[in-house]
Design a protein around this ligand. Structure first.
Ligand SMILES: N[C@@H](CCC(=O)N[C@@H](CS)C(=O)NCC(=O)O)C(=O)O
Length: 221
């Protein structure tokens, strides 16, 4: 297998999604850290921008391909490394799972993205507490929809009893919610799936606090 390199950042939830997928598929990869805060943000350096014109992590490099966007990356990994599958073969089941992932990817995630929060701080004077109120407001709406989806589709994991790509999106979304003190107490389905996933090595090893670029004060064993 030719080298897989993941340009990413320990705390980035979109990076976390891809690390989980790589681990579930047992793909060895080179971890290339891109610090989103140091030196004004390494994502804005000309070298990194040449890889990812959006100046975002993650970016995956494999076999001459350089690709951004966590959804595109995970779909590429699924096609190149199909075992184990993270998407069901049945197209209706696959559509349901993509719906779940898009609720997180298109709606929830951008509202808590670093550049959005920085804009609120720089242009509207938001402090940390105000940012958390903003995130909590939007997350409650999205989390309600995800909770209802799980009520119909979950088993041991997000979709029935097998780990799927839905779990790769759910766990990092819970991590971000906790980071910004979102009230997760109403979301029993989300939290029970999250706990079961976090028992698995693929999820444990992808955790933001266990990466090479995790600062010492955040590190867990
Ligand atoms: N839709 C993109 C979003 C990527 C994204 O938002 N990455 C964040 C970290 S989680 C980032 O690099 N932010 C840099 C910034 O806001 O300056 C994906 O799924 O890969």
């Amino acid at each position: 297998m030719s080298q897989v390199t993941l340009y990413n950042y320990f705390r980035s939830s979109t990076s976390y999604r891809v690390r989980i997928a790589l681990n579930l598929k047992n793909i060895e990869y080179k971890y290339s850290p891109v610090h989103l805060l140091n030196n004004g943000g390494e994502q804005f350096s000309p070298t990194y921008k040449a890889l990812n014109p959006m100046s975002e992590v993650p970016t995956l490099e494999h076999d001459g391909l350089i690709i951004g966007q966590s959804v595109a990356i995970i779909e590429y990994l699924e096609e190149q490394f199909p075992n184990p599958n993270l998407f069901p073969r049945d197209s209706q089941k696959r559509a349901k799972i993509r719906q779940f992932c898009e609720n997180i990817n298109s709606f929830l995630h951008p509202l808590s993205n670093l550049k959005v929060l920085k804009y609120l701080e720089d242009n509207h004077g938001y402090d940390q507490r105000q940012k958390e109120v903003w995130i909590n407001h939007w997350y409650q709406k999205g989390l309600n929809a995800l909770e209802a989806w799980l009520q119909k589709n979950m088993g041991k994991y997000s979709f029935a009893d097998q780990v799927t790509v839905a779990d790769c999106f759910l766990v990092p979304m819970v991590f971000t919610s906790e980071r910004f003190n979102v009230d997760l107490s109403p979301f029993k389905n989300i939290m029970s799936v999250n706990s079961r996933c976090l028992e698995l090595d693929a999820f444990k090893n992808a955790h933001p606090f266990r990466q090479v670029d995790t600062p010492a004060e955040l590190r867990i064993s």
